[in-house]
Every structure is written in C-alpha cells, then in structure tokens.
Design a protein around this ligand. Sequence first.
Ligand code: ADP
Ligand code: TRP
Length: 328
Amino acid sequence: MMKKRILTWLKPTGEQLHLGNLFGAIRPFVELTKQEKEADFFLFLANMHGLTVIHDATTLRNYSLTILKLYKALGVDTSRVYIYNPADIPGHAQLNWVLTCLTIMGTMERMHSYKDALAKGKAGEVSVGTFCYPILMASDILLYDANLVPVGKDQKQHVEYARDIAGKFNRQFGETFVLPEPFIPEGSATIIGLDGRKMSKSYNNYIGLLDDEKTLLKKVKQISTDMKTVEEPKNPDENHVYNIVKFFLTPEEDVALREKFLAGGYSYKEAKDYAFEKMWAYLKPLQERYYSISDAEIIDLLEKNAKVVGALAEQKMREVYKKVGLAL
Ligand code: ADP
Ligand code: TRP
C-alpha cells in the first residue's frame, strides 16, 4: 500500500516569520512529522501563489529564501520532509490548466478568496490569478496524490474544492486522483500580539523570529498591560505578558510564573524582564542557525528534491494528458 502523503506549504509573503507563525503553524507541523512516522511529507514553497500579489523579483526571491532558511533553522527534518519549489516542476502549471478547463466560473465565484475581494468592492481589480488560485492550489495537492492537507479554517473550502474537482475528473476520465482531505489540527492556539489582538503581520503587533536583541527588548516593553499596582494579584490568563511568554516555558517554569502573578507583589516590569530573557534565550541560537545557512545550500536542497517529487509529478501528468486526450 502507498504510504500516507501529507502535503503542506510555506508562504513567502513577508520579510520574516513571527511567534504566531511559529507556535500556530510550524511547531504543530514539526509535531505532526514526529507523530506520523510512516507518512511522507511534502512541504512546498507557495511562491507561485505569492506571485498573485508580489510583483517584484527581488522581493519574492528574498522572502522565499528567508522562509526556507527559517524552516530549516527551526528543525524541520529535511531528510524526511521534501521541501521543493513548484516552479521547478512543470506539472503544477500543467495540471492547473487542465483543471481550469474543468472548473466552472460559478465555483470560483463562491470561493472566500474572491468573495473577500467582492465584499471590499475590489472584485474588478484582483488579478485573474487571485480569482483562480484555488485551482492552482488543487493542482499542488492532486499532483502528488496527497491524502491529508493540514490547513487552517480559512483554507478548508479550497481543499474541499480540490477534492470535488478530483472526484469530477475521476468520474469523467477514470480513476486518476486520490481524494484529499483537509485536516484541521485541533486546539491550535491563537498567539496574541503586543496589543492583545491576534499576532499578525498586518497589525504590526508581532515579535519576529529574526528581531535582534534590541528590537526584541523594545517590543517586550511595548506589550500592553493593565493598570494594576505591583502589590495586586494578577490573573495570568488575562495578562498579555504571560500569554506570550508561556510558549517558551517548561511546565515547572509555567507553574512558578503563574504563582508569582497570582500571589501579588510581582510587577509587570519584572515579568517583562523575565519574558525578554526567556525569548532571547530561544531566539538567539535560532538566529545563529539561520544566519549560518547559505542561499546555495537551500537551492541545492530544492534542486535535489525537485528531482524526486518532479518524477512523481511527471508520471501523474503523463497519465492525465493521456486520459484527457492531450498526449497523442
Ligand atoms: P499573518 O496574519 O501574520 O499574515 P499568515 O496569514 O501568513 O500570518 O499565517 C501563516 C500561518 O501562521 C497560518 O497557518 C496561520 O494560521 C498561522 N498564524 C498566523 N498568525 C497566528 C497567530 N497569531 N496565532 C496562531 N497562528 C497564527
Ligand atoms: N492557499 C494557501 C494559503 O493562502 C497556500 C497554498 C497553496 C496551499 N497551495 C496549497 C495550501 C496546497 C495547501 C495545499 O495559505
């Protein structure tokens, strides 16, 4: 029997990643690779999707290399996880066209990505690529017969479309694609930002994985707090300093910090000094690993993996082209 295939992506849409990305997406992915010892993992760079919004070569390339290096520095096991660039593999664009011809406009009009633009009155301004991007996403998935696609709620509809179009193709042209399933990792926490809202690039309230020591210190000082005096007991769960630093603590340290807050006599200033120390102890070695990885090392890895996964894609495309009558 074929091994289970789990497919996920990394998105080159910013200068760096933040703690929300780390604890909300990357950590759960690394955990999944440890739990699913028998599965094959496909982790691809969503740069072809990035092109829907980024129209500057240097920016797209730099964002791509940064995110790839960060994943490596964060300990993604590159001997078990295929990290690759879909632009190296013609099958993504080829399957995209075949599925584009089988998808009706109405289906794309119902997708969140387009409906969001419609709601903002921007429907006429988004690129055709943005309108059709669930089709490219379906191609990314179906090309490799992926069974499971871990996604956040926002992407569930797109994986369902991938499943529907795979079913439609199979009925019309004969059994070809595995039907993928979205997998929403349970209880994945939302990490809050400096102002107590969800940590996000777009709110500029984040702590970046590549923030240097000075920037980190400045940001920790900015974490918003209430007006409680030093003496007053503080509920750790309602306290932004605790809610950020807790991800860096051992269970014992967590218990000890909660007790300090609850007992009173522990100031936000002391808590912030402690939070800074804990975060920097984590981020410093991460950044050292990150800066030791060269562009060439990453490009080598992508080229090596493109050969392996590219062979799977090529085989699948031969089958598809034959079934639809494009291969003569
Ligand atoms: P941003 O909101 O900064 O633009 P992205 O949309 O690029 O972040 O998110 C990339 C991944 O990181 C997604 O899987 C998303 O669920 C996760 N993520 C982003 N922010 C958070 C957060 N504050 N808490 C938990 N997970 C997050
Ligand atoms: N659409 C996803 C996002 O915006 C990225 C993505 C592209 C993707 N291709 C995919 C996700 C295939 C899962 C599977 O975040």
